[in-house]
Design a binder for this molecule. Structure first.
Ligand SMILES: [Zn+2]
Length: 430
């Protein structure tokens, strides 16, 4: 007997198919069987378990292409089990886990262990990035072909930039031949050395060292040039400043194969808002000026920025409580990314609901070349989220994540995930 569920009466938003209308969605054996009006009235479907989605959005599960799950090496801060439960609560059904674990995911054997762990522990789909360089030291490239064979979904040294342009050029050439996406953390370490926040008036007032926007943009510009030179795709992680957005915008106009992501904390918060010396507000790249924030909103609106990703980066309270200048970089975000985007982008009229779903689901799925994700077309995986776009709530610790370094905690957000399905099975319900 086929296992079937009907989601009835919700507003289906499926940007990949240009659908934005009230539809019933029939799920059968973990996949979307049909999405059409009036399915729930068909005599043949009488008796199929039905979820009432009236007044809710029905959207494809979110794909978050920038997540740190901390396993192996820092299981006290997060694990595959806890990180993916946090993802499920936020409507994120697929994550790309970055390779800067301890040790880094730089060898096929490590990928195999992680994929087996995810198969046993994960609440949502987990993809793994392989490291670009051995030990993420930026000196020697890893074996891309073997990493791909072992299941690497992308390549990245995220957490660190690849400072050598020559090495990065070779990385792009090899990755292009293999069809693997290279994701770069853009930061010129000679410009950001010693910094713990954005260079500007707030840093001056606090007596802290700031990194200028140029620390990011010089590497964005370099990567654009190398993508143009090699014809290889490059994806730029966590853009934070106006000049970077402008560089990507111009590159895209010239047809350079570059894509980019922005994080909720960067488009929701600025350096002016950092309370005192609260280490939970420290991340890299840092919160920038309100001018930079506006540029990110413009970039998300005009498509210069393709995707929204959290850069979910859990750290324990002891480390984060060490003071702003000593705390490690990173904030958590999986449980609040959709709510933050609804609040700051949809309700603030920066993005339409269709564009918002595109930036968080279909666009990242396409960038990673995922089949059956980012859409609810018949045949697609039944990774699906029911959302109340108007429910107001305030995220607070404790979270499903093991960590609580969340600058958005205590902030009123509008829009909440009610139910998350992965392959037709409930992984989160309010
Ligand atoms: Zn990074």
């Amino acid at each position: 007997m086929a296992e079937r569920t009907l989601i009835a009466g919700g507003l289906l938003i499926d940007p990949a198919r240009g659908v934005e209308a009230v539809r019933d969605v029939l799920i059968e054996d973990g996949r979307v069987k049909d999405a059409a009006a009036g399915l729930s009235r068909k005599p043949a479907l009488k008796g199929v378990p039905t979820l009432d989605a009236k007044g809710l959005w029905v959207i494809p599960g979110l794909v978050d292409m920038h997540v740190h799950l901390r396993e192996p090496g820092r299981e006290g801060d997060e694990t595959i089990a806890t990180g993916t439960r946090a993802a499920a609560a936020g409507g994120v059904t697929t994550v790309l886990a970055m390779a800067n674990t301890e040790p880094p995911t730089d060898a096929p054997s490590r990928l195999a262990v992680l994929r087996a762990k995810a198969a046993a522990d994960a609440a949502v789909n987990v993809l793994f990035a392989g490291a670009l360089t051995v030990g993420q030291k930026g000196e020697r490239l890893t074996e891309f072909a073997r990493l791909r064979e072992a299941g690497a979904a992308a390549l990245s040294d995220d957490g660190r930039p690849v400072m050598s342009a020559g090495l990065f050029r070779r990385a792009l050439e090899y990755a292009k031949d293999l069809g693997l996406l290279v994701i770069d953390h853009c930061e010129d370490l000679t410009l950001s050395a010693g910094a713990c926040m954005n260079d500007g008036a707030p840093a001056l007032r606090k007596g802290l060292t700031g990194a200028p926007w140029a620390a990011e943009t010089v590497q964005v510009v370099r990567d654009v040039a190398l993508a143009e030179l090699t014809g290889a795709r490059v994806h730029l992680a966590h853009l934070s400043c106006a000049a970077s957005v402008e560089a990507v915008r111009r590159a895209k106009k010239r047809g350079v194969p570059v894509s980019a992501e922005a994080c909720p904390h960067h488009f929701a918060l600025t350096d002016e808002m950092i309370p005192g010396y609260d280490g939970d507000w420290r991340m890299n790249p840092p919160l920038r000026s309100s001018r930079d924030r506006t540029a990110l909103l413009d970039g998300l609106a005009d498509g210069s920025i393709d995707a929204i990703a959290t850069d979910h980066a859990p750290h324990g309270c002891a480390a984060k409580g060490a003071g702003f200048d000593l705390a490690p970089n990173g904030v958590i975000g999986l449980e609040t990314s959709l709510a933050a985007a609804l609040t700051e982008l949809f309700h603030a009229k920066v993005l339409t609901r269709r564009k918002l779903v595109e930036r968080m689901s279909s666009a990242p799925a396409a960038l990673l070349g995922l089949k059956g994700k980012g859409t609810l077309a018949p045949g697609a995986d039944a990774d699906l989220v029911l959302v109340d776009p108007d429910e107001a709530w305030t995220p607070r610790a404790p979270f499903l994540s093991k960590s609580r370094n969340a600058p958005l905690a205590g902030r009123r957000l509008k829009g909440r995930v009610r139910l998350t399905l992965v392959a037709g099975r409930t992984v989160h319900a309010l």
